[in-house]
Design a protein around this ligand. Structure first.
Ligand SMILES: O=C(O)c1ccccc1NCC(=O)[C@H](O)[C@H](O)COP(=O)(O)O
Length: 219
């Protein structure tokens, strides 16, 4: 079994958190973004975090948050990581790390080779880098759109910080994505849903098995 760590993002119900842990996920993500169908309140997230078994890391996903929002979240939700999914600068990543004493994962959207270079300023600042598909157009969600980018853009690339692959991953394509990019961590949301924001827990284990399969299909 390949050692690929999986993050399932956008969980909204305690039973989803438990199912993610039972299926073998390493991380679960709670989305704090009111326009998202996966948005949770701070109170909901606190309940979700309580349901998380030891060993399942709890990640708060926020988009260009101010300190007031992060103060409220971190005061009520026991977290293992903060995921910054907006236009946060390396300096803002540094500030968040230092103010909250939590590891920070910075997401960067990729659609072209030029976008890949935008990851570099974060590799010595962020604790993790999330290499995600770029949002298709203004007005769309900054992530969680179920769209993949061209994985060949990052084939053979590595960054000094640990990194995670995201964007349109499904039980059907994740083995190929891992084989092509060499990712050792993957993150998804839509690929284990029956509708936007509605998780289908029966898809969690098949996804994780496929991500960790020893012999991915030939490309
Ligand atoms: O999932 C959301 O609704 C969301 C909203 C605002 C910013 C980011 C969001 N999701 C980011 C994630 O971490 C997703 O897991 C990642 O973009 C992959 O999503 P998907 O393509 O749906 O698997």
């Amino acid at each position: 079994m390949a050692d690929v760590r999986v993050k399932i993002c956008g969980l909204k119900r305690p039973e989803e958190v438990i199912a993610a842990a039972e299926a073998g996920a390493a991380y679960c993500g709670f989305v704090f973004f009111p326009k998202s169908p996966r948005n949770v309140t701070i109170e909901q997230a606190a309940e979700l975090a309580l349901a998380a078994p030891i060993g399942l890391a709890k990640v708060a996903l926020v988009v260009d948050p101010d300190d007031a929002l992060l103060d409220q979240i971190t005061a009520k939700v026991p977290l293992d990581m903060i995921q910054l999914h907006g236009k946060e600068t390396p300096e803002r990543v540094r500030q968040v790390k230092s103010r909250y004493g939590l590891p920070v994962m910075k997401a960067v959207g990729i659609a072209s080779a030029e976008d890949v270079e935008k990851l570099d300023p974060y590799e010595d600042v962020a604790d993790q880098i999330l290499v995600d598909a770029k949002k298709p157009k203004d007005g769309e969600l900054p992530g969680g759109n179920g769209l993949a980018f061209d994985w060949r853009l990052i084939a053979g690339r590595a960054w000094r910080a640990p990194w995670m692959l995201a964007g349109g991953l499904t039980p059907e394509n994740v083995a190929q994505a891992v084989a092509l990019t060499g990712a050792r961590q993957v993150d998804l949301s839509s690929g284990v849903e029956s509708a936007p924001g509605v998780k289908d827990i029966s898809k969690f284990a098949p996804f994780i098995r496929a991500a960790q399969a020893d012999a991915p299909p030939r490309l």
